[in-house]
Design a protein around this ligand. Sequence first.
Ligand code: ZN
Ligand code: ZN
Length: 1009
Amino acid sequence: MTAKFKANFNFSLSTDYSPLKLEKEIREFWKKNQIRDKLELREKENKGLLGYVEGPPTMNGIPHIGHSRGRVMKDVRYRWKTMQGYYIPFWAGWDCQGLPVELEVEKLLGVKNKLELLERVGEERFIKECKKVIMKYHREWAEADSRLGIFINQKKAYWTYLDEYIEREWQYLKRAWEQNLLEEGYYVVAYCPGCQTSLSSAEVGYEGSYKEVEDPSLYFKFKVADSQNEYFLVWTTMPFTIITDTMLAVKPDAEYAKVRVDGELWIMVYQRVEPVMQELGIKKFEITETVTGRSLEGTKYDYPLKDIIPEQAELETKHALVHTVICEDFVDVNTATGVVHLSPGNGEEDFWVAQKRGVPVFAPFDDEVKFTTDAGVFNGIFARDADYMVVEELRNRNAFVAVKKIQHEYPTCWRSHHKLVWLARKEYFLRTDKINSKVLEAAERIEFYFEEPKNRFITFLKEGKPWCISRERVWGTPLPIWTCENCGNKRLVASKAELIKSALEKAPENFELHKPWVDRVTLKCEKCSGVMRREDYVLDTWHNSGASPYARFTDEEFEKFVPTDFLTEGIDQTRGWANSLLLEHVILTGKPESPYCAFLFQGLTQDAKGRKMSKSLGNVVETNKLLEKYSADLCRFYMMRKCSPIDFMNFDLQELNRRSYQVLSTLYHLSRFFLQNAEFDEFNPEKFNLEWGTRKGQLKSADRWLLSKLQEKIEEYTLRLERCEFNFAVAVLEDFVIETLSRLYVPMIRKELWTDDPETFERRQTIYAMLHYTLKTVTLLFNPVTPYLSEALYQKVYKKLDARLPESINFECWPVPNEKMRDKALDAEFEVLFKCVSLVYAARQQAKLKRRWPLSKVIVVAPEKTSNALRDQELLFLELVNVKAAEYVQQVPDYVGGENWISASEADIYVFVSGQRDETLVGEGLMRDLARRVQALRKKLGYMPTDVLGAVHIAELEEKSMGLLEPYLAEMAELVRAEKVYLHGSRGEVEAEWHKSELDGKKIYISIH
Ligand SMILES: [Zn+2]
Ligand SMILES: [Zn+2]
């Protein structure tokens, strides 16, 4: 091998694209040079501030690919907007408190319920364990962020359990207290017997909390008081609620029937008689009379279980309406019997009905939802376990009709999956129902990008229920309300300093704002000097994270960064963080203002088969494990490319190494191709830029077309990012790299680089300037999605060629389209050109004429406009189709036709190619076939494309072929970058290392050196 140029380059892009190795190297580069920290300096110098507050992941589990998808979207936005010159406080945050963490710790400690927890473990140790768990999971999350290349500032993270955060969270409650929006009340709440705490209505509606469960389907009857044989027929799936029954309700306008069955009269809604009788298997029945629902109002009934629940008899003496029929419009007459029994202690609607009428609420339950002594014989029994006992007791008292089992959807606890029970309890509420119109007004002004999630969110907000924020748990922000034991006076204390100041006994130094320490602080009642104790509640964890806009910043930062510019979380957060953020901000400010201007709700991530990822299915893809084997860039690119951000994504590992890899690898190899050639030719981007090339008149139409195309792509890509259409954005890049650059442009210029002729020096430098500008721009555009590959190319190609560039690609400016480079007319010409080229290819394929074989003539029959476009680009056209001459006509010429002509057409364009090849054409085609084999051999033997071979030997071609080839040997030498090509009849003619090859089914031998 001889090398004309000494290898003066220290080549640092490896032959293969090995992303894992490269990512490790870049990660170290970022760390060593503190690249992320340096981006914070932009706070002082920027184009504008874009507020951000991190949606804190809960520290109760290991990060999986679903989390990663959302984090990548955040990072894409951060890197892109930063390159546009904005400053974003992209600072981490961790959700540390609440039920999810408590349950994780309970599991680790092997504790079954809260009672056992308090007795066996105690609050102090429990809190220590909670903190341990948080730190354990935090390590996993920090590692995942680092591997994924998430540029979130970890040092500035907020932790929702720290005192300073809690104190600022309390400010929200203080504001609510001042506006009379924080109330204590007896309300029916959804209660989880497993977690032993109430849940908010938002939590009840969580994705996946409704489960198919089996319940009894019971028909029973209550006897009309003082009647011989009249009964109300009622249906329920929760027989235990008959224990707390206090009224029956009918619909006033509906028609009710008295149905004779076996000598009894059953009262039920008329329209349901047939179906219910059929369901009960009763064939002999007769309607004796119909009455309106209203006429039944005030009818008393004999509550059948008074003998075993004495308190029920007691209730009748307290209010006249107990065990009486009332009228309510909400009664549904399309199901069951149209007569509903009301248990204000166990139903939200029932509760309001009783409240309205002053009927006492009977709720004889303890914290484990076991009946208390007030429930008579049911004392000590867990509510749902009482179902069949109740059925038996009804049977004994002629109140039973029929029981079956029913499968139906029933809400369960989103954490522990216990069946929820609705219970009247004393709780604390944020009266968000009172500010609903402000909340909706604020929500209307938010940008949601897509209609469907927006509608889902607004519909949920319209429910506007009061928010139950008290939780009967341990590890959470304490409710800062102290109540006087003596006179019931309440006081809200919203800071530690105030607590210490007002404490009855000197509080210990630096006590923590958590149970049990905060409970030890007692205050003196300002009204009666009695002792005030803290209400034994912690806050709903959603209140904790929803306080982040104010709690994670200082006052000054809050002013600057809130309302934030853009947030994104999973679609399940419509009921979670997006909701609590909005409600709390309206309370804090008193204004119809959202704390975020835009919110993108992401679809959730499922496994390859479209199943939910869950521990029980074993299909959870853990981020850290995945990224040990797979490239972060590849995962990022794949996740953005696969579907719209709001779609549910089926994550398929098999797909990673297909198209996504092809795109990234193509960009890598194009960059490598550019660098190799540019360094070989001592390209200097400072000297030889596009301006220089233009001045020298060295830009050809293909170059101008590429530049125009690139401007269009920059604009389209940026617009797609702006609209959060990440999948379409990525498709723009993909198309440009694979189609425009790799398939169309590079083949047009490649050959021009295969010479070191001084006469073409300026043209070559212009091509390098073209590739430099184009590929560098593309690399910048890729940076938000594939930060590792982009930084690697930036360092190893562009910074290497020009040391004046900024230290990291992240300090570069976002490309903006250069209108001067736009040329719509040229774009249109090239579109025609490529269409005709592909028609010629199609025609060749039909006749099995390889593209490498030159042909003599192409005739294009097309409208004038098409022909003109081709004429303008004729040299390029002929070169691309590998034909010697072209003719443009509007009618098919007479001499065209017969088997020597092959054709193809599309719309109004027809191409005819002459398939006849004379000896010169055959010889040239043969030469190109051989050249291709030599090129393949060069590559196989590890020659650089820039290496110049001393000689190429080809042996054992047929004699005729050798003759045909002879005139083309010099051209071939140039094509394969060799000094000379020799032909030999047999291998024996020269001593060489022969490599076997074949040509059109015959063996030949090649040697190069
Ligand atoms: Zn639960
Ligand atoms: Zn008092």
